[in-house]
Design a protein around this ligand. Structure first.
Ligand SMILES: O=C(O)CCC(=O)C(=O)O
Length: 233
């Protein structure tokens, strides 16, 4: 994560990284969705858990050790309805926070959102209030229900681009207006000791993973406890 990207993530609460997925990956992932495969059935999905392009960003935003908390896809057809704004600095949520301390950022639940189809300016999809992860007042209800646009902006992505945002950012979803489907894969990571969703990974699914992936898809425990646990006889 370079200095410009750090500046932008800290300032806005999100960044877009272009061209993360190759055309080949897009073809495989989109085919798997056409075939209605669940996230864990297709290795190309599982390989995103330790995507080497994304790893340095997560290390910077979440610290050296982090965990994949939960993941899902968003498949929206034309007319699929909006989802109101949520998140933000107030009220403070210990699972979804953003702070800057000791010359670095710390984020709770943090989302890596892969676009598998284009999300153009007028298409709908992800929107947010840039900078709201540091807000000190509640989001006005007119902005939450979109009766006023206010400072809310829509974020475009080309197929293959990745949007990373902190869940502390006030964000939501505009109605999907394009004739093609919105296809996004959301991987939600947390610091090693935090669990946002209940931990319910089956052994059968864990067995599909590489050792590296297993170390990311793990139950919450502090880094100190994890290493102490490993060294205990
Ligand atoms: O990608 C989107 O449209 C919004 C996702 C969202 O609301 C969330 O991750 O909490």
């Amino acid at each position: 994560m370079n200095e410009k990207e750090k500046y932008l993530f800290d300032l806005q609460g999100y960044i877009v990284i272009e061209n993360v997925l190759s055309q080949e990956q897009l073809t495989i992932l989109n085919r798997a969705i056409d075939e209605k495969k669940v996230l864990w059935e297709e290795p190309a999905f599982r390989n995103l858990i330790d995507d080497p392009t994304i790893e340095p960003y997560l290390t910077e935003i979440l610290q050296e050790e982090y965990r994949l908390d939960h993941e899902y896809s968003i498949i929206h057809q034309k007319g699929d309805s909006l989802f109101g704004l949520h998140g933000g600095g107030v009220p403070y949520d210990p699972g979804q926070y953003y702070i800057f301390k000791n010359e670095r950022m710390y984020s709770g639940l943090t989302v890596v959102s892969y676009a598998l189809s284009d999300i153009g300016d007028q298409d709908g999809g992800f929107c947010c209030i840039p900078g709201s992860h540091k807000s000190n007042y509640r989001t006005p209800k007119e902005f939450v229900d979109y009766s006023e646009t206010g400072p809310t902006v829509h974020i475009s992505q080309k197929a293959g681009d990745v949007l990373i945002f902190t869940e502390a950012l006030t964000h939501g979803t505009y109605t999907w207006k394009a004739s093609h489907q919105r296809r996004s894969l959301l991987f939600k990571y947390a610091p090693a000791m935090i669990s946002w969703a209940a931990f319910q990974r089956s052994q059968e699914r864990m067995d599909l993973l590489t050792e590296k992936q297993k170390s990311i898809v793990q139950a919450p425990a502090s880094v100190g406890y994890r290493h102490y646990g490993k060294n205990k006889s």
